[in-house]
Design a protein around this ligand. Structure first.
Ligand SMILES: O=P(O)(O)OC[C@H]1O[C@](O)(CO)[C@@H](O)[C@@H]1O
Length: 445
């Protein structure tokens, strides 16, 4: 497989063979529970067979609608938050060939709105699209999330102002629940192009549905190859035990480390194309595992940049961290260091070497240093940057978190904790239905 895991730098020093042997049966039980759909949250396991049983009609519809958007618009604004945008952003930034701005080399640029409540951010988007043709893809499973609802409200009224009701309806694409919510109703009434987020797939596991695939197709990427990568990984992993299955090995090793007091996992990359991928991973792991007073806290660093900031803490600070480094074996483009015309520049030892080679040494140097400093380092290797590998990587992490949550005896498919702030916010905004909470919060002041 194009995604593999290397435990050389944790086994022995941080994980004893007996620990591995003793947790093995728990990992296999957790995996069986997932596969047999007998564990908590099993009504949300639609993602598990999704890539292998992909609905070809749905895929064709995604491609058709993406072509229509590409024909009519310079910009697609994806409106969504959490699982309703992180996967698309992760994929677009991972596959992006231009180092400076996400999506900027594409015919139709993909921007994201509704990802927070900043007026400045929204105004920047409004200014940017002023003289451009654009479409909106509003993505929300619940249809009630406040950030995308506000962004949609503002952007839709601008769209209608610019194009009129009739043409605006050709430029709005809704991705939401099959039946419930006002957005579904609006999509039906106005005949918008629309996609369904299946009931049995939670937001953070939805990247391989139209949620992630439509924006990726609009950005010009081969979504069939993404599904192919995920399906090959999903298919092969079905028959594999802990010894062969990279997701199970990952779930196993991080749980052994967690039990030994390594409570924070730092996902480290050595390529900015993986920066947004880490954001997708943080939501997937944070919402799936952080509950019932338990769970590994998922954090991320972007090396070598962060070696000059957080690197100090990782090397030398409090010892409760373990690192998971993603290594791209063939990163593609490789610049060579030419001969210097200034003899005392101090770079002579690098002449003739390439940037990828130097980056590789930076990674190995960091890995050895961190292991010596008491940080266990798991290495996940991917062959290259491609749609196929992206599909594999998405599925690798989804499968691992399902198993990992079960090993730690939590329901990895719910997220009750995110409601607390929402209730307070609604009460403070005096939303009807929250009167009692409003009174309670006002008494705090
Ligand atoms: O797609 P929705 O319903 O707008 O939700 C967006 C995100 O908000 C959350 O519910 C958390 O508030 C996530 O689980 C989800 O991905």
């Amino acid at each position: 497989m194009e995604v593999s895991i290397d435990l050389t730098h944790v086994m022995g020093k941080f994980i004893k063979d007996q620990e591995y042997q003793m947790i093995k049966s728990q990992v296999e039980d957790a995996s069986d529970m997932l596969r047999s759909r007998t564990g908590p949250g099993s009504e949300f396991l639609g993602w598990l067979d999704l890539p292998c049983d992909y609905d070809t009609e749905e895929l064709e519809k995604i491609k058709e609608v993406s072509e229509k958007i590409r024909r009519q618009s310079d910009v697609l604004i994806v409106i969504g938050i959490g699982g309703s945008y992180l996967g698309a952003k992760a994929g677009i930034d991972f596959l992006d060939n231009t180092p400076l701005q996400s999506g900027s080399n594409q015919e139709t640029e993909v921007l994201f709105a509704g990802t927070q409540l900043s007026s400045k951010h929204l105004q920047n988007i409004l200014d940017y699209i002023e003289d451009k043709n654009y479409s909106l893809n509003v993505i929300t499973k619940s249809g009630t999330t406040i950030e995308p609802s506000i962004a949609y409200h503002i952007l839709k009224s601008k769209l209608i102002e610019k194009y009129g009701e009739e043409e605006a309806a050709q430029r709005i694409i809704v991705t939401t629940d099959a039946e419930s919510g006002s957005l579904r109703q609006e999509a039906n009434e106005k005949s918008y192009d629309s996609f369904v987020i299946p009931d049995n797939i939670g937001g953070r596991f939805s990247v391989l549905t139209a949620v992630g695939l439509l924006p990726l197709a609009v950005a010009g990427y081969d979504i069939e190859m993404i599904i192919k990568g995920a399906s090959v990984y999903a298919y092969n992993s079905r028959a594999q035990g802990v010894k062969e299955n990279p997701s199970l090995k990952y779930a196993m090793s991080r749980n052994i480390l967690y039990r030994k007091g390594y409570h924070v996992e730092v996902l480290a990359n050595f390529d900015p194309r993986l920066k947004s991928f880490a954001e997708w991973w943080k939501q997937l792991y944070g919402e799936s595992e952080g509950k019932d007073g338990k769970g590994i806290f998922p954090a991320s660093v972007n090396y070598t940049t962060d070696l000059h900031s957080l690197g100090q803490y990782v090397q030398d600070g409090k010892r409760f961290l373990f690192e998971t480094m993603i290594q791209i074996k063939n990163p593609g483009l490789d610049l060579e260091i030419s001969e210097s015309d200034q003899p005392d520049e101090g770079l002579e030892y690098l002449e003739g070497k390439s940037l990828n080679e130097i980056n590789d040494k930076a990674m190995m140097g960091t890995l050895y240093a961190h292991v010596d400093g008491g940080v266990p380092v798991i290495v996940i290797q991917i062959d290259e940057v491609s749609e196929y590998v992206l599909g594999q990587l998405f599925f690798f992490f989804e499968l691992a978190v399902g198993v990992s949550g079960y090993i730690n005896a939590v329901n990895p498919f719910d997220q009750p904790g995110v409601e607390a702030y929402k209730e307070n916010m609604y009460a403070l905004l005096e939303k009807p239905g929250y009167e009692e909470k409003t009174r309670e919060l006002k008494e705090k002041n």
